[in-house]
Write a protein that binds this ligand. Structure first.
Ligand code: PBG
Length: 338
């Protein structure tokens, strides 16, 4: 049968390589595996504690004993790296965040216990004051201003005590200028030349951090002389070129890994940094990104497994080598099932 609309026969037919699952797998450009994921984990004091987080179905604040059990289970499924965040007792939070410098604080005890129980794990600690601050900022606040250089001094001391507790990687998430250099200098002076710095290079002043701030009760407080948001230090969501400026500074200051955060709304920034440096790039698929998929799944509006896998694959495709995600355990399970 001949068509009256004679078409040229295409020589190139991309569909040839989409014909079967076996062929598709053969030519797949991005392969997501559990070993490039980092599971963020919230820790609380006490024992036998598991406190649900409303906006993060499936994730909970766990006491140290429960954290060890959870991390062991996760490692058996192929995820070996953990980012620990302490939910500090509100009575220990002060304007100067001094609990951050207590060598026996919850975070340091959790790091030491985890490295002792699971020496093969990679433990990443967050360097910022917000979990310990009664005003909910990443830096020291004076007269309505988040102080830069004074904060760096505390961050550098914090990094040293985390290293002493056994942290493999310290991750400054505070966005103060010059903090990577301050931390590198302090770590080296204390003999921790082997401890790596994963810098939150391009961390945006994002509304997607809501569920995380609920988990740690760490949002900026409504009080006189306390900035209501983090826009004077975290980046403006409208800016992409500026991420390259931050990246250059972090590389020069000695960062080992550069991170973009959040992930999905900033895939263009991940791709730009991938072009700008040969260092590994990390991306943080943040609490709000996780919550959206979980909420839509609970309503029967989206398929969680398909959407979460697509989201994480897209982050890897954009250029992230390492992905922080609350769905790490979910993905590791799905990865095993057909
Ligand atoms: C704070 C910090 C935040 C996150 C990681 N470290 C919140 C903030 O900047 O207010 C957010 C992570 C998430 O939303 O999953 N230093």
């Amino acid at each position: 049968m001949t068509s009256e609309f004679l078409q040229p026969r295409p020589v190139r037919r991309p569909r040839r390589l989409r014909r079967s699952e076996t062929i598709r797998r053969l030519v797949r450009e991005t392969r997501l595996t559990p070993d490039r994921l980092v599971l963020p984990q919230f820790v609380v004091d006490g024992s036998g504690q598991e406190i649900a987080i409303g906006a993060m179905p499936g994730r909970a604040r766990l006491s140290i004993d429960r954290t060890l059990a959870e991390c062991e289970r996760v490692m058996e499924l192929g995820v070996g790296a953990f980012a620990l965040f302490p939910a500090i007792d509100p009575r220990l939070k002060t304007p100067d965040a001094r609990e951050a410098l207590n060598e026996r604080n919850l975070l340091c005890r959790a790091v030491a216990a985890l490295k002792k129980a699971l020496p093969e794990s990679c433990v990443i600690t967050d360097i910022a004051l917000d979990p310990y601050s009664s005003v909910g900022h990443d830096g020291l606040v004076r007269d309505g201003v988040v102080l830069n250089d004074e904060t760096n001094e505390l961050l550098a001391r914090m990094a040293v005590i985390h290293a002493r507790a056994g942290a493999d990687i310290v991750a400054p998430s505070d966005m103060m200028d010059g903090r990577v250099a301050a931390i590198r200098t302090a770590l080296d002076a204390a003999g921790f030349t082997q401890v790596a710095i994963l810098s939150y290079t391009a961390k945006y002043a994002s509304a997607f951090y809501g569920p995380f701030r609920e988990a740690l009760d760490s949002a900026p407080v409504d009080a006189p002389d306390v900035p209501r948001d983090k826009q004077s230090y975290q980046m403006d969501p409208a800016n992409a070129r500026e991420a390259r400026i931050e990246a250059r500074l972090d590389v020069d200051e000695g960062a080992d890994i550069l991170m973009v955060k959040p992930a999905l709304p900033y895939l263009d920034v991940i791709a730009r940094l991938r072009q700008a440096t040969d260092l590994p790039i990390a991306a943080y698929h943040v609490s709000g990104e996780y919550a959206m998929v979980k909420a839509a799944h609970a309503k029967g509006w989206l398929n969680e497994r398909a959407c979460m896998t697509e989201a994480l694959t897209s982050i890897a495709r954009a250029g992230a080598d390492v992905i922080f995600t609350y769905a790490a355990l979910d993905f590791a399970r799905w990865f095993r099932e057909p």
